[in-house]
Write a new protein. Structure first.
Length: 130
């Protein structure tokens, strides 16, 4: 019986080791690049029915400053609205409350916070009615 020579076996092991190292390096660089990214989460959202205002508290859990640029409100009748807000910078680890005047009408069910000029957004968050 013949097997592969030791030179061929060594070359194959070396090629597999190099390929594994390249894959590991590619994964690690992409993972570390995303670790320093911007990310916002919503802590709470509540609608004060007597004043018609919506208050959304967000936290930046990323490592870069995030610029909150918009809010999408989903109402109880299924419609949505994008009320104008002032751009709000949120530093890493910082918690900020954004106030929006919605007025009377349908009660909001969910809110989505948009940031980084609308290129990213949070998951829909349920609004508490006060």
């Amino acid at each position: 019986m013949k097997g592969i020579s030791s030179i061929v076996a060594t070359a194959l092991l070396l090629a597999m080791t190099i390929a594994g190292g390249v894959l590991l390096y590619t994964f690690a660089t992409k993972y570390l690049a995303n670790a320093g990214s911007s990310r916002i989460i919503i802590h709470e959202a509540y609608y004060i029915s007597s004043t018609g205002s919506l208050r959304v508290t967000v936290e930046n859990i990323g490592s870069n400053v995030v610029n909150v640029t918009g809010v999408e409100v989903i109402y109880s009748n299924g419609t949505t609205a994008n009320p104008a807000i002032n751009a709000t910078p949120v530093k890493p680890g910082e918690v900020k409350t954004i106030s929006i005047l919605l007025g009377a009408g349908f009660q909001p069910l969910y809110v989505i916070v948009k940031y980084n000029n609308g290129t990213a957004h949070t998951e829909p968050f349920e609004v508490r009615i006060l």
